[in-house]
Design a protein around this ligand. Structure first.
Ligand code: HEM
Length: 400
């Protein structure tokens, strides 16, 4: 059976609910060719294989982004970001990040995250209603990632617009204004960071040694471990990577629980389900739906030959619902174990912030559902029609 599907030209129906079409692809065309020669992968085992071998399946996007962006600031940004760099440069940069993501650094965030969540929930209690994205799930991750990096509190609103423009430019199809906005955002963001780094260097007592900005700026200062361009783009990448994804994880988690009130009851009876609950939210609505790799030589997946240089779209959203890995995959079940979803990727590029994101979600869901088990939806949630990022654009809830 042939399946008609082209990632370059998907229907509105697909954007609203990709899972039925992806199941069809997985069953009948697991290595599916798009009109532009790229390939869509939907089987869990194939996607795991591509993550596992970074030398065969490259993350380097020089040629792809050259075609997409030309010689522009967006090209410079994306090709210098850790996530689009192969070993050995990837290993050098990734090692620099490690000191920001130790257990100790993570534990230090718990009181701050708890304080922020309680502050948002106090406001919710006073108002009796809340637009979750604006008033809760967006606020928390941006505060946390800006703390992690060392961005002053008063500048945080600036980051949001830049991050949005830069990430939007990664969507498979774009209009010229999106490209212009993305390029301008990279220029403005770089200048902002240059000024901030200069300020921190002039005022070393205002910086903490676990701040990523300080760690990376020190590596740049020693002249061998990081160039200035690399420094600026890792900071931009981290600010972008660390907030939109977590925002959507929190929004989807609240939404899915409200759609499945039996799961709210289950969580209140068994609070220790909070960890598997977070994993299930991540599996069920992967905030990043697609990762990409490029074949360095001819490869065979699911019996199909993929020629050298082909770009593959690894559909995380499809892998996470592959019945060979997840029994009854379309059921949202907070007690699901094991749950080896691919929402943080796998292998050398596995999300550097995954432990932080998990802690944010655990604290956010635990405190929300413990305090307000009788939460209700005021209107249906709005899911943005985006391919790469599964975004909740609005979610109105009230106390019932
Ligand atoms: C729910 C939240 C998040 C999701 C779903 C997510 C997802 C991902 C995925 C799928 C990758 C792998 C990309 C690839 O292999 O091509 C990745 C990489 C990365 N993420 Fe996250 N992420 C989240 C939160 C965060 C946070 C909070 C941070 C930092 C504060 C962060 C920092 C990074 C970094 C630095 C990388 C690049 C790692 C590398 O290339 O070695 N992420 N993320």
């Amino acid at each position: 059976m042939s399946v008609r599907f082209d990632l370059q030209n998907v229907s509105e129906e697909y954007l609203a609910d990709p899972y039925r079409v992806l199941a069809e692809l997985r069953a009948h065309s697991p290595v599916h060719k798009n009109s532009d020669g790229t390939v869509v992968l939907t089987c869990y085992a194939d996607i795991v294989q591509t993550y596992r071998d970074p030398l065969i399946w490259s993350s380097d996007k020089q040629s792809v982004f050259n075609t997409k962006f030309g010689n522009t600031p967006l090209f410079e940004h994306h090709t210098n970001s850790i996530v689009f760099i192969d070993p050995p440069d990837h290993t050098r940069i990734r090692n620099l990040f490690q000191s920001a993501f130790t257990r100790k650094a993570l534990a230090a965030f718990v009181p701050r995250i708890t304080g922020l969540v309680d502050e948002y929930l106090d406001r919710f209690e006073d108002q009796g209603k809340m637009e979750v994205v604006e008033e809760f799930s967006f606020r928390l991750p941006i505060e946390v990632v800006c703390d992690l990096l060392g961005v002053p509190r008063q500048d945080r609103e600036l980051i949001r617009g830049w991050a949005n423009s830069i990430l939007t430019a990664l969507e498979p199809t774009l209009v010229p204004k999106q490209l212009d906005d993305g390029n301008q955002a990279v220029i403005d963001f770089k200048q902002y960071l240059r000024d901030l780094i200069a300020y921190k260097r002039a005022h070393p007592h205002d910086a903490h040694d676990t701040e990523v900005l300080t760690i990376l700026a020190d590596a740049e200062a020693d002249g061998k471990r990081l160039t200035e361009v690399e420094l600026l783009h890792q900071c931009i990448f981290m600010l972008n990577a660390g907030h939109e994804t977590s925002t959507n994880m929190i929004s989807h988690g609240i939404h899915e629980m409200l759609l499945n009130p039996d799961q709210i009851d289950l969580l209140s009876k068994s609070p220790d389900l909070i960890e598997p609950m977070v994993e299930e939210v991540l599996r069920y609505q992967a905030p990043i739906q697609i990762n990409n790799r490029q074949a360095k030589s001819d490869q065979i997946l699911s019996g199909v030959t993929i020629p050298e240089d082909t770009t593959v779209h690894m559909m995380i959203n499809a892998a996470n619902r592959d019945p060979s890995q997840f029994p009854n995959p379309d059921r949202f079940d907070i007690s699901r174990r094991p749950n080896r979803h691919l929402s943080f990727g796998l292998g050398v590029h596995i999300c550097a912030g995954n432990a932080l994101a998990r802690v944010e979600a655990q604290i956010a869901f635990q405190r929300l559902f413990q305090r307000f088990p009788k939460l209700g939806l005021t209107s249906p949630a709005v899911i943005a029609p985006r391919l790469r990022f599964r975004e909740v654009s609005s979610l109105h809830v009230c106390l019932t």
